[in-house]
Design a protein around this ligand. Structure first.
Ligand code: PGA
Length: 259
């Protein structure tokens, strides 16, 4: 056991309008027990358009679920048509923000330098960035997975100071495992998480690295959650597809239940 609080994050991606989002969160809350959410953090990241509705629902029903956003702009305000700033998210009680998801790296051309600025902006605005890293299939097959991932970790954290690093979350999501039904083996997930922690210790120091949470993401389901949560260096999961089912996500959050 370590002192890191487990963190289970649902990334709804571009699914659910605000009315559907309310229903999904209500169903999730119905399936969750108090024990499920105790001593760990549960976060849902809906589309921006649903944040305000879910903020209201979480507050009024005192749900043990926090809000995350799927992206942010590095500037606090400005002429950036279509973007959303960290202060805007903070005003909606958003606690976490995903930065550098592989879908944004791929489809929006985001590079490590931009992701580093977003991570820094999130921390400066009181949010916890979930910095996503992960190798593609070619890198995995050619034995370069670790090199690629650690370069992303270093490149995405250049702007994050040691004092801020405690609030960082890193999500290791091998691109070939996202939405494909293929999950990294527990041994591969552990090896990469340990390598990431090693890179964090080099960048900061051992104690800081030991406090940073590292998540695994990529086809996480009720059937594989337990084997992932028992890994020494994996402190939680980032869940895409399975977080859109209230029943499945409740089973993932409730992984400690003996069912
Ligand atoms: P998945 O997505 O669980 O559907 O593979 C994970 C993610 O993209 O965060």
């Amino acid at each position: 056991m370590n002192a890191r609080t487990p963190l289970i994050v649902g990334n709804w991606k571009m699914h659910r309008d605000h009315l559907e989002a309310i229903q999904l969160l209500q169903r999730l809350a119905y399936h969750l027990t108090e024990e499920d959410t105790a001593e760990q953090e549960t976060v849902v990241c809906p589309p921006f358009t649903a944040l305000r509705s879910l903020q209201t629902l979480i507050q009024s029903d005192r749900m043990a679920v926090a809000l995350g956003a799927q992206d942010c702009h590095p500037d606090p305000e400005g002429a950036h048509t279509g973007d959303i700033s960290v202060p805007m998210l903070a005003r909606l009680d958003v606690r976490y923000v995903v930065v550098g998801h592989s879908e944004r790296r791929l489809h929006h051309g985001e590079d490590d330098a931009l992701i580093a600025r977003k991570a820094r902006a999130a921390l400066a605005g009181g949010l916890r960035p979930i910095v996503c890293v992960g190798e593609g299939e070619t890198a995995r097959e050619s034995g370069q997975a670790e090199e690629v991932v650690l370069a992303q970790v270093r490149g995405s954290l250049v702007d994050v100071s040691p004092a801020e690093a405690a609030d960082l979350v890193i999500a290791y999501e091998p691109v070939w495992a996202i939405g494909t039904g293929r999950t990294a083996t527990p041994a591969d997930a552990q090896d990469m998480a340990a390598a990431i922690r090693g890179a964090l210790a080099e960048r900061y120091d051992e104690a800081t690295a030991a406090g940073i949470r590292i998540l695994y993401g990529g086809s996480v389901k009720p059937a594989n959650i337990r084997s992932l949560m028992t890994l020494d260096d994996v402190d939680g999961v980032l869940v895409g597809g399975a977080s859109l089912s209230a029943e499945d996500f409740a089973l993932i959050v409730g992984h400690r239940r003996g069912v």
